[in-house]
Design a binder for this molecule. Structure first.
Ligand SMILES: [Zn+2]
Length: 216
């Protein structure tokens, strides 16, 4: 091989390596794209799994005529559930050890015990705060669920609350109760993502097997 021929071979070698690097780059980009798509597909599946699992628990509750108290979160029969509206003025803690008074408004679907506790506390007042020149008080009113929405009875008069009144939002079924019922009724376990370390990527899938195991 002449020196010129040798040179040509080495140049061809360089071209081949450059092509190999370009091919690899393309493959990496393809794989990264597929990886992103798989992450998205998995995230979506886990999200839908969680939502449908809660839906299934709620559906099963309705089928069995069960509901939950949104105050103490115990299970009750829908027939014993009642609605109570509480409102009044309460103190709250502010920043730097300060406090203040504010109005509150809470709507509950209650168990018989909570209903009694709330209605018994109706009319309770805190001591007069001479510093803030304010006073806490608590009212609890009976609410009825009718065909056209919720109606509240305040001091002898009925008032309409409406179905979609912002004030009529009930606390969601808590995760702890979902898990308890899911285990009891033999639903598949909870699935979630767990980061490997604090603030790290959410890429580890955790199957909380004990939920299903507890049913057997
Ligand atoms: Zn309760």
């Amino acid at each position: 091989m002449t020196q010129d021929e040798m040179f040509e071979v080495k140049v061809a070698d360089l071209w081949a390596l450059r092509q190999a690097a370009e091919r690899a780059t393309q493959n990496i980009e393809d794989l990264e794209g597929r990886l992103r798509a798989e992450h998205e597909a998995r995230g979506e599946a886990v999200k839908r799994y969680g939502a449908r699992r809660v839906e299934l628990v709620e559906q099963e509750m309705r089928k069995r005529g069960l509901t939950y108290c949104t105050r103490c979160f115990c299970m009750i029969y829908s027939a014993e559930a009642d609605f109570v509206l509480t409102e009044g003025r309460e103190t709250y803690d502010g920043a730097y050890h300060t406090y203040g008074f504010r109005n509150f408004f809470r709507f509950y679907r209650v168990c018989p015990a909570c209903r009694e506790k709330l209605l018994d506390a109706h009319g309770r007042r805190g001591g007069y705060d001479t510093f803030a020149k304010d006073q806490a008080y608590f009212h609890a009113f009976h609410v009825e669920k009718r065909l056209d929405g919720f109606w509240v009875r305040k001091f002898g008069a009925w008032g309409h609350l409406g179905w979609h009144d912002d004030k009529c939002v009930l606390a969601e079924l808590p995760g702890k109760l979902v898990e308890q019922l899911a285990a009891e009724w033999g639903l598949p376990p909870r699935i979630s993502f767990e980061s490997e370390y604090f603030g790290g990527p959410m890429n580890k899938l955790v199957i909380h097997e004990h939920s299903a195991a507890a049913a057997h």
